[in-house]
Design a protein around this ligand. Structure first.
Ligand SMILES: *[C@@H]1O[C@H](CO)[C@@H](O)[C@H](O)[C@H]1NC(C)=O
Ligand SMILES: *[C@@H]1O[C@H](CO)[C@@H](O)[C@H](O)[C@H]1NC(C)=O
Ligand SMILES: *[C@@H]1O[C@H](CO)[C@@H](O)[C@H](O)[C@H]1NC(C)=O
Ligand SMILES: *[C@@H]1O[C@H](CO)[C@@H](O)[C@H](O)[C@H]1NC(C)=O
Ligand SMILES: *[C@@H]1O[C@H](CO)[C@@H](O)[C@H](O)[C@H]1NC(C)=O
Ligand SMILES: *[C@@H]1O[C@H](CO)[C@@H](O)[C@H](O)[C@H]1NC(C)=O
Ligand SMILES: *[C@@H]1O[C@H](CO)[C@@H](O)[C@H](O)[C@H]1NC(C)=O
Length: 555
C-alpha cells in the first residue's frame, strides 16, 4: 500500500513538475500525506448500505486508498468550484478558465471513477486543453450539463458514450478541433442543436462553406472591380498603352494626347491663337508631333463628322513637300489634329534673316509648286495655305506646306492666285499685311505699278544680283503677276504652264545653255523667259509635272 502511494505521488510530482509547476500544492500534499482514518472501511461500508448507487459500492473489495484519495480531490475540487456546502452538496465542477488546474484535475482518473452522484454540471470550458476528448468525464453518467467549449481538443467525439448519458440536456463542444464526423448520432443531434457544435470541427464547417461563398460572391467581384479600377487608373494616366492597340489607325484618344503632352502642360504649349492651342508632344513610339487643339468644341454631330472626314483625308496626304498629318482626335471633350513635328523655321523668317540666294529661293518655289500640284491632282478638295509664314523648311532646305483644310469648293483660280502671291513674296521678301483687308489686292497692285519700269524695287535688294538672276527674278515676277491677275481669270496660266516656266528656269540653269526663247501664253500675253548659265542651281525636277510643251512653246 505504501509503495503504491509512493508511486502515485511520484507520478503526480513528475506530472506537476513538468506541466503545472506552480499550482496550489495542497491537493497534491493532501493526497500524499493524508491517510484514510481507521474507521474508513466502516464508513463507506455504511454508506453503501444506505445508498447502494454510490459508485464505489460496486468496487468490492474496496480500494480504500483510492476511494479516500477521490474524496480528497472531490473536496478540493468542490471548494475551488465555489460550491455551497462542500462536499455533501457538490453540484458543479467549475474549471472554466482555469487552464492550470483543469489538466491536473482531469488527470485524477480515480476521482472520476468514483464521480460523486451530486455532480450535474461540468464546465471545463476556455482552457485551451489539448489532446483527445476527456473520456473520464463519462463516469459521471448522471450529468446534465457538459461544457467543453473553447479548448483545443482533437480526435473523434465519443458519440456512443455521449448518447449513453441519459440526463444530458446541455452540451457544448463549440470551438474545438474535433475530427469531422458526418454521421454524428442522429439522436444526439436531435437532443442538441447546432449551437452545441459551433466551430467544433465535427460538421463540415458552415462558415468554411460560407467563406467560399463569401469569396466567390463578394471578394471575387470586389477583386475584379479593384482590378478594373486599377486598370482604369493606369489607363487614365497612359491610356495610349491600351488604346494604342485598338484604335483606328489615324484616330488619337484624348488620353494618348494627354500622355504625349504631359497632360497638356504649359511647357509643351508652343503656340496659341484665339482658336487653336499648339502643343509639342512625343508619342509613345517616340514620334515628335505637333498637336493643334481647337478651343471651340463642335457640339453638333454633323460638324464633328465633317471634321473627322476632313482629318481622314488629310491623314492620307503623302508628299515630300507636305507636312504629314498623322491623325486627329475628335471627342466631345477634345478636338485636335496631330501632325509630324518639324523643327525648321518658316520661310518668312528665313527670307528675312537668311537672305537666301536666288537659287535657294527657286528650290523653295519649285518644292511648293510640286506640293501644290500633288494636292491639285490627287486631292483637289484640299486647300492649303501658301503664305511664307505657313511654309516650313526642313534641314535640306526643302519647303513643307504645313497648313491645309478640306474645302469642297475646289477653287483652282484662287489656288493659282495664292501661288502667284507666294512667288511675289519669294522674290521681293515683301508680303501683304494680314491685318489689312484686301491687302492682297493692294500688294499685287503695287507690283503692277512698278513692273516692269521699276522692277528693281520689287526684287529683294539684298540678293546678289547677277544679270541672269535679275532676268529670272523678272520672269518670276511676271509669272506671279499672271497668276494674280483676277481681272483676266481666263488668261490665268495653268499649272502645267506654271510648272514649265519654273522648271525651265532651273533646268536651263542646269543645262548651262544660253538660248533665248519666247513663250506665248494663251496666244495673247507674252512673257519672255531668259535662260541662264548659272549652273550651280540644283533644283529637283517635279516628277509630277507632265508638261505639255506644244501648248505654249512658240520660239
Ligand atoms: C472492510 O470491511 C469489510 C467488512 O465490513 C471486510 O470484509 C473487508 O475485508 C474490510 N477491508 C479492509 C481493507 O479492511
Ligand atoms: C476551501 O477554500 C477556502 C478559501 O477559498 C480555504 O480557506 C479552505 O481551506 C479550502 N478548503 C479545502 C478543503 O481546500
Ligand atoms: C475565454 O478566455 C478568453 C481569454 O483567455 C476570453 O477572451 C474569452 O472571452 C473567454 N471565452 C469565454 C466563453 O468565456
Ligand atoms: C465509452 O464507450 C465505450 C464503448 O463505446 C465503453 O467501452 C467505455 O467504457 C465508455 N467509457 C465510459 C467512461 O463510460
Ligand atoms: C437521471 O435523472 C433522474 C431524475 O433526476 C434520476 O432518477 C436518474 O438516476 C438519472 N440517471 C442517471 C444515469 O443518473
Ligand atoms: C439550442 O439549444 C439551446 C439549449 O441547449 C437553446 O437555448 C437554444 O435556444 C437552441 N437554439 C435553437 C436555434 O434551437
Ligand atoms: C456553446 O458555447 C458557445 C461559445 O461560448 C456559445 O456561443 C454557444 O451558444 C454555446 N452553446 C450552447 C448550447 O450553450
Amino acid at each position: 500500500m505504501a509503495s503504491f502511494s509512493a508511486t502515485l505521488f511520484l507520478i503526480l510530482s513528475v506530472f506537476l513538475d513538468s506541466i503545472v509547476p506552480i499550482i496550489c500544492p495542497s491537493v497534491i500534499e493532501d493526497l500524499n500525506n493524508l491517510k484514510p482514518p481507521p474507521d474508513f472501511n466502516a464508513t463507506i461500508t455504511n454508506n453503501c448500505i444506505n445508498n447502494p448507487s454510490l459508485r464505489y459500492c460496486n468496487a468490492t473489495p474496496f480500494d480504500l486508498e483510492e476511494i479516500f484519495k477521490s474524496t480528497i480531490v472531490a473536496s478540493h475540487l468542490c471548494n475551488i468550484s465555489h460550491n455551497p456546502n462542500c462536499v455533501e452538496s457538490f453540484p458543479k465542477i467549475n474549471l472554466h478558465k482555469k487552464p492550470h488546474l483543469a489538466p491536473l484535475y482531469l488527470s485524477f482518473t480515480f476521482f472520476w471513477k468514483y464521480c460523486p452522484l451530486t455532480i450535474t454540471y461540468i464546465d471545463i470550458s476556455n482552457n485551451s486543453l489539448k489532446g483527445n476528448f476527456p473520456t473520464d468525464i463519462f463516469y459521471c453518467s448522471q450529468i446534465r450539463d457538459l461544457d467543453l467549449s473553447h479548448n483545443n481538443f482533437v480526435g473523434d467525439v465519443p458519440v456512443k458514450n455521449l448518447s449513453s448519458l441519459p440526463n444530458l440536456t446541455s452540451l457544448n463542444l463549440s470551438y474545438n478541433h474535433f475530427s469531422e464526423s458526418g454521421n454524428l448520432d442522429a439522436e444526439l443531434f436531435k437532443r442538441f442543436n447546432s449551437t452545441s457544435f459551433i466551430h467544433s470541427g465535427i460538421f463540415p464547417d458552415h462558415s468554411k462553406f460560407s467563406f467560399k461563398v463569401f469569396l466567390i460572391l463578394v471578394v471575387l467581384p470586389i477583386f475584379v472591380l479593384v482590378m478594373v479600377f486599377c486598370l482604369c487608373v493606369l489607363c487614365s494616366s497612359r491610356l495610349d498603352i491600351l488604346t494604342g492597340c485598338f484604335r483606328r489607325r489615324y484616330e488619337f484618344t484624348p488620353s494618348m494626347l494627354k500622355a504625349a503632352t504631359k497632360g497638356f502642360s504649359k511647357k509643351k504649349l508652343v503656340g496659341k491663337t484665339s482658336s487653336v492651342d499648339v502643343y509639342y508632344g512625343i508619342l509613345r513610339d517616340g514620334t515628335e508631333v505637333r498637336i493643334e487643339v481647337y478651343n471651340e468644341s463642335l457640339s453638333k454631330e454633323d460638324a464633328r463628322r465633317i471634321f473627322a472626314e476632313g482629318c481622314k483625308i488629310l491623314s492620307q496626304l503623302r508628299h515630300k513637300n507636305l507636312v504629314r498629318v498623322l491623325g486627329w482626335c475628335d471627342t466631345r471633350r477634345l478636338r485636335a489634329t496631330v501632325s509630324e513635328w518639324k523643327d525648321g523655321e518658316n520661310v518668312e523668317t528665313w527670307l528675312r534673316n537668311a537672305n537666301p540666294s536666288w537659287k535657294r529661293r527657286m528650290k523653295v518655289m519649285v518644292g511648293i509648286l510640286q506640293g501644290v500640284r500633288y494636292l491639285n491632282e490627287e486631292w483637289p478638295q484640299v486647300e492649303c495655305d501658301l503664305k511664307t509664314k505657313s511654309i516650313l523648311l526642313n534641314d535640306d532646305g526643302e519647303p513643307l506646306i504645313s497648313r491645309f483644310k478640306v474645302d469642297d469648293g475646289n477653287n483652282n483660280t484662287k489656288r493659282i492666285f495664292k501661288f502667284g502671291l507666294f512667288i511675289l513674296e519669294m522674290v521681293s521678301n515683301m508680303r501683304p499685311m494680314e491685318e489689312v483687308e484686301s491687302s492682297e489686292a493692294g500688294f499685287v497692285q503695287w507690283f503692277r505699278l512698278h513692273y516692269p519700269q521699276n522692277f528693281e524695287k520689287l526684287i529683294d535688294e539684298r540678293m546678289k544680283m547677277k544679270e541672269t538672276v535679275v532676268d529670272q527674278a523678272k520672269e518670276a515676277i511676271e509669272l506671279g503677276l499672271l497668276c494674280t491677275d483676277l481681272s483676266r481669270v481666263r488668261e490665268q496660266p495653268s499649272w502645267d504652264q506654271i510648272s514649265y516656266v519654273l522648271s525651265k528656269s532651273s533646268s536651263m540653269a542646269l543645262a548651262g545653255s544660253d538660248h533665248r526663247r519666247y513663250y506665248q501664253v494663251d496666244g495673247r500675253r507674252k512673257a519672255k523667259f531668259l535662260q541662264t548659265d548659272e549652273s550651280d542651281d540644283e533644283i529637283q525636277m517635279d516628277p509630277h509635272s507632265s508638261v505639255d510643251h506644244r501648248r505654249f512653246l512658240v520660239v
